[in-house]
Ligand binder design. Structure first.
Ligand code: NAD
Length: 480
């Protein structure tokens, strides 16, 4: 870990050291005593496991992790990643980011993360299922999963399917546990999931950018107009987060001019048809050969990040913008939809160039926010909106009738339909998500503005988050 007093070699920091570096940079703005800062920063529990799994006639030993970074709030919460890059340092970094993220957006969980070192694309669904079920069993054996203990969710390389296997394994091993469905989030709707979770991270990124781009002064400093309308956007990664971000941001009038995937990038100055490209990649398992409209494929995918644009959204993996390519980045805003895509060395270069960096702990917090709503739904055993939807509609109808009686005028039918519509689960989820993203950005911006000396957005976000965790420890009475 870098010592606060020494200046660390930014080019050689591991992922978890980078997170600690950002933490240390923000700590002086929190007024928290050193002992408390040390407690907040450290990982509370690290569980490394190795278990055997059959691959046809052979047996392979699988390496996997679950890290609970902070127990200041329980349960802990965080995704599970399937990738060959998984190691202890990566899972520790991701778990720490979860703690700061949850605190920042007022989601009452400690941070956690899990990882299994496998390639999901090169593993058959049957073997993936065996691995997922065995991993869940290991977590149950050590009491590392449960609705009040630790609640996983999807991350890189995992989705609804894996969450359903985790749920099924957990409830099988814990028969009769009334809140068992709350042991994991990101589940299919039919398995007590929630509407809007799949796209929540991407939708949250767009709500955040919509808020960020609404401040005239901030946009003027960047030489941009307010609003998302007409903004030229580049997205890295067409997986869960990248696809939904790209799809939803175009609904706000932005133009996605390039998508960079692992095997190549696709570029069209007029704006890409995101759904068409997504379906093409699903079918062909590659973006290569994509030609719709004026689209061109760029073989060197990473070079697409350096194209002229207003907003660059890395939504794939960590360490994508480093000291090697940062000086060539032309975007005015970099929004970290992925966790840790900009390294500290790159951040310094970008900040000197005047680039606005929107940190991961804020901008990709939409996923955990809606996971929290799913967990609440599971504990309350009722769908959001079920109790009040019809009552709201009747109440609104009566109100419109009264207006018509009093004015002698008739409200047009089309208006009545939109006015009386009672909230469905998806309306409430999206409304709660939008409010969360807006409020959190206002907190960060306010904090940044109140400092006498200039601080960057990441430092402000970390400081706001650390302050909330600090207050939580004070309320527990652990620190004087
Ligand atoms: P995913 O597996 O659904 O998609 C990742 C995509 O990135 C894949 O399509 C993959 O081919 C692509 N990719 C991999 N390496 C690449 C490269 N070098 N260049 C371009 N593309 C590349 O994963 P996801 O769930 O979308 O997660 C992406 C990032 O977002 C991760 O950092 C994850 O931690 C973060 N995140 C995810 C969630 C969530 O709800 N899923 C929430 C918060 C943060």
């Amino acid at each position: 870990m870098p010592d606060k007093k020494e200046s660390p070699d930014l080019k050689n920091l591991s992922f978890s050291d980078s997170v600690s570096y950002y933490f240390d940079k923000a700590s002086p703005f929190t007024g928290a005593p050193q002992g408390l800062l040390d407690q907040i920063k450290t990982c509370n529990s690290i569980y490394k496991m190795n278990f055997p799994v059959k691959y046809g006639n052979e047996v392979r030993v699988i390496e996997a992790y679950r890290v609970q970074h902070s127990h200041h709030r329980m349960p802990t919460k965080g995704g599970i990643r399937y990738s060959l890059q998984v190691d202890q340092d990566e899972v520790m970094a991701l778990a720490a980011l979860m703690t700061y993220k949850c605190a920042l957006v007022d989601v009452p969980f400690g941070g956690a993360k899990g990882g299994i070192k496998i390639s999901p694309r090169q593993t058959s669904p049957e073997i993936l299922e065996n691995i997922t079920r065995r991993y869940t069993t290991e977590l149950v054996k050590k009491n590392f999963i449960g609705p009040g203990i630790d609640v996983p969710a999807p991350d890189y390389g995992t989705g609804e399917r894996e969450m359903a296997w985790i749920l099924d394994t957990y409830v099988t091993l814990n028969p009769g546990e009334i809140n068992g469905y709350g042991c994991v989030t990101g589940k299919p709707i039919s398995q007590n999931g929630i509407h809007g979770r799949t796209e929540a991270t991407g939708r949250g990124v767009v709500y955040a950018l919509n808020e960020i781009c609404s401040y005239k002064d901030d946009m003027k400093d960047l030489g941009l107009e307010t609003g998302l309308e007409g903004k030229r956007v580049i997205v890295q990664g067409l997986g869960n987060v990248g696809y939904h971000t790209a799809r939803i941001i175009t609904q706000y009038g932005a133009k996605v001019i390039a998508i960079a995937e692992a095997d190549g990038a696709v570029y069209d100055e007029n704006g890409l048809d995101i759904d068409h490209l997504y379906k093409y990649r699903q079918e062909k398992k590659s973006v290569k050969g994509y030609t719709k409209g004026a689209a061109k494929v760029i073989a060197d995918s990473a070079s697409a990040l350096e194209l002229e644009c207003d907003i660059l959204i890395p939504a794939a993996l960590e360490k994508q913008i480093t000291e090697k390519n940062a000086s060539r980045i032309k975007a005015k805003i970099v929004a970290e939809a992925a966790n840790g895509p900009v390294t500290p060395a790159a951040e310094n270069i970008l900040l000197k160039k005047g680039v606005m960096i929107i940190p991961d702990i804020y901008v990709n917090a939409g996923g955990v926010t809606v996971s929290y709503f799913e967990w609440l739904k599971n504990l309350s055993h009722v769908r959001f909106g079920r109790m009040q939807k019809r009552w709201e509609e009747k109440h609104q109808t009566d109100f419109i009738k009264l207006i018509e009686e009093l004015t002698g005028k008739t409200v047009p039918k089309a208006r009545i339909e939109s006015l009386i519509h009672g909230a469905d689960e998806i309306d409430l989820v999206n409304s709660g998500l939008e409010d969360t993203m807006i409020e959190a950005y206002r907190d960060i911006r306010e904090f940044k503005k109140r400092r006498k000396s200039e601080i960057d957005i990441r430092t402000a976000a970390f400081a706001v988050s650390i302050n909330k965790i600090k207050n939580s420890y004070y309320a527990m009475g652990i620190f004087p």
